[in-house]
Design a protein around this ligand. Structure first.
Ligand code: G3P
Length: 223
């Protein structure tokens, strides 16, 4: 499963990229607004920090013609950029246009398998299925992810199912169980994936035993 970090914060991208397991970055208008810097500047810096990664940047217009203009501008910035488009009627139409031109897209604000089907038929590269926002309303966000993975595989669509609106590590576990292709998550969730108390206590014991025995990796040169 690919791991994306969901942020507009350059320092978070830098730290996550250093771990060597980052496949891309997703942004949205809220995250870019929080970053405190300009849209283009932020997205281009992110591209540089994650060489070869898929970097999603979202249109903000809601009519086809305006979204198309924005999409072409966004796409022209860097070949790593994936144009993020909301799952509205004009958005699906835009995704079809962009996919016919070979431009990669990430369809966002997808909550149901029927919405996902529309995105897949239009040729979306990624289908961003939101889970946390559904769970917040006492729903089961992962149910639509599982249905969407099954739908994409059964019908042979090229789209990758991207689990978005991830709130905690259990959403990552469930993404793996569902066979999702990608999970995007806040930096703090990605950081927490490293944690296990037995790793900490186990490492401490190895080091204590090693030090008590006075051992060294680099032997002192014999003269
Ligand atoms: O970028 C899309 C998504 O991951 C947003 O998550 O936490 O605002 O529901 P959230």
């Amino acid at each position: 499963m690919k791991l994306f970090v969901d942020t507009g914060d350059i320092e978070e991208v830098r730290k996550a990229a250093e771990w060597g397991v980052l496949d891309g970055v997703t942004t949205n208008p809220t995250l870019i607004a929080k970053s405190g810097a300009g849209f283009r500047e932020t997205v281009l810096k992110i591209c540089d920090l994650v060489p070869g990664g898929a970097i999603s940047a979202e249109v903000v217009a809601t009519s086809y013609d305006e979204m198309l203009r924005e999409a072409m501008e966004i796409h022209s910035g860097h070949d790593q950029i994936v144009v993020k488009v909301p799952l509205i009627r004009d958005g699906v139409r835009l995704v079809k246009t962009l996919s016919d031109k070979g431009i990669r897209t990430n369809v966002t604000l997808v909550f149901s398998v029927t919405q996902a089907m529309l995105a897949a038929k239009a040729g979306a590269t990624y289908i961003s299925n939101f889970v946390g926002r559904v769970d917040d309303l006492s729903g089961e966000g992962m149910a639509a992810v599982a249905e969407t993975v099954e739908m994409v595989e059964r019908y042979g669509y090229d789209s990758e199912v991207l689990v978005a609106s991830v709130r905690h590590p259990m959403h990552v576990v469930e993404s793996l169980r569902a066979g999702a292709h990608v999970a995007t998550m806040p930096f703090k969730v990605m950081d927490s994936l490293f944690n296990h108390p037995l790793t900490d206590s186990g490492l401490q014991r190895f080091l204590d035993d090693w030090n008590a025995a006075g051992l060294e990796i680099f032997e002192k040169s014999r003269v």
